[in-house]
Write a protein that binds this ligand. Sequence first.
Ligand code: NI
Length: 175
Amino acid sequence: MDKLRYPIGKVYEIQDKVTPEQKERWIGDIAASPSKLRQAINGLSPEQLDTPYRPDGWTVRQVVHHLAEGQMVAYTRFKFALTENNPVVAIQQEDLWAGLPDYQDVPIEDALALFQLIQGRLVTLLQGLKPEDFQRAYVHPVSGTWTLENAVGLIAWHGRHHTAQITSLRERMGW
Ligand code: NI
């Protein structure tokens, strides 16, 4: 396993059974993730933000933009799953998105603000759902069927995963 790429362990795996307590913990993780991300990049210079978190990896700046946009994509997947029956969602070509000019040109503060707004909105949505709503699902063309309870787990993992890429870089660099 690549410790630099996966500092908190391998990718989220779909679970057969998610307990209400587990789901609540994940929603708590999602709610806490904007302040954790803000803390993770606090005080970094523009040069540090433009440093890859691993050899051939995204820069810290790209990771932050990816988190903001990734949650935006996840949010729309929730909405489609809640309003259509097993919708097939589009694949996000993450590396191509990360190479588009907004990742470099949009201020990092805007990415943090977007992340925070989407997370807040998502948490409000999740807290208002009925338990059975979390059994609704979307279909990803590559990874398959995702119930919303598993999608919550994925989003919680995703925030922790990328934030840890930044904090482990800072530890290694002594920043
Ligand atoms: Ni990601």
